[in-house]
Design a protein around this ligand. Sequence first.
Ligand code: SF4
Length: 390
Amino acid sequence: MHVLKPSFYDDFTCIGKDCLFTCCQGWSVPIEEDVYQRLVTDSSQLSELAKSHIVYNKELERYQFKFIEGMCPFCNKDQLCNMVIEEGEEILGSTCRTFPRHSTIIGQTEEKYLTLACPAVVEFLFSIQGPLSFVMEEDDKGEKGDTGELYEIIELDVEIRNCVIDILQNRNFPLWFRQFVCVYSMDRIKEIHREGNRGLIIKELSHIWSPFYLEELLKEVGSIQEDKNNGFKQLCQLFSDFQDVAMILANEDMRGSRGKVEELIKCNHNCSWENYEKAYVLWEQREAANFDILMEHATVCSWFWYALKEMNRYYLLDNSYIIILEQLLIKHLTILYYCLHQEISKEMQEFIISLCARMISHRRADMEQVIKRMKKEGRISVAHVLLLLK
Ligand code: SF4
C-alpha cells in the first residue's frame, strides 16, 4: 500500500490550550458504545459526568456527548480534555482521537488529510511560500485485495482532482481565475461525467486546460465589467445564510470566539459598500499578495480532500462550488474585519479560516441541501462564482 499526504502531515501537533477553538466546539461528537461503557464503569470522576452527559441518539443510533452551551462537558477551564488528563489518549473515542486527521483508501493508496477546521493546521499554511506539496510513501500494510472495480470508477476522478490542483497552483494566472477554472471545468464536464463517458471527459478537459484555451478564457472573463456593489451584496447575503451556524460554532470560550463572530455578523449587516470598498483597497495594498498564497494553499487542501466526496450525481461540480464558497467567505470575513480594524493579525486570519472550514467543509450533509437551495434561488452558477471571485 502507498500513503499520500500533505508534506507537513507528520509535523502536526495539537497546540492544546493555545488553540483558538477546541476540537469539539459546537459539533455533535459521537462516541463508540464500548468507550461509553468503559467510561461509565470507570471508578474515576469521569464516570458520573459520562452518565449524565453522554446520551444515546435514537435517530442516529449512536452515543454522543451532550454539550453545555456548545462546549464539551469534559473540557476543563483551560479547554483541555479531562478524559485525556485523567486516563490518557487511549480512552478517547475514534472521533476525538483522530481529529483533525482523516483518511480514505483509494485503490492501493491511503490518502491522509488534515482539516483546516483546526487552527494548528492553518498555521502550517502561513509558512509555505511555494506550492503546497504532497508526499507518496510505501507503508508496511502490503497490497490490498481486489480493489479493481471501485478503483476503476474513481481513477479518472483522482486524475481530474490532481490536474485541478496543478491548475490551482499555476501562478502564471491570478488566483481568482484559477479558482474560477476549477468550477468552470467541472461544470463543462458535468453531464459527460455523470454518464461516465471517460473518452469525452478526457477530450473536453484536455481542450479546456490547454495553455491557449486558458489564456483566451482569461482574456474573455477578465474583460467582463463586474458589478462590484452587487457582488458585495451577494457576499453579505452568503454570510447571513451561515451566521446561525457561525454562532453555534463560536462559544464563550477562553479566546472569545463568540465576541469575534458577533462583531463580524454585525459588520456584515451594517457595513456600507463605500466602507467595504475603502477597506478592500487598503487590504489589497497591504495584504493581498500573501493572502493569495495562503488561499491557494487553503483551496488546494480542501480540494485534495473534498473533491471526490460523493454527494449526488454532479458531485465534482458541487464539491467545487462548496470549496469556492468557503474561499469567498474567508475573504469576505477578512475584508469585514479590515473595515473594523484596518489591519488583521495572523491569529485572527487563522480564526476566520478555521471558522469557515467549520461552517462549510464540516457540514457536508447540510451543504448538499444548501447548494440545492442556492441553485433553485438562482444564487449559485458559474456566472455567479465569476462575479463573486472577481
Ligand atoms: S482544533 Fe487542533 S489545535 Fe485545537 S484542540 Fe483540536 S487538535 Fe488541538
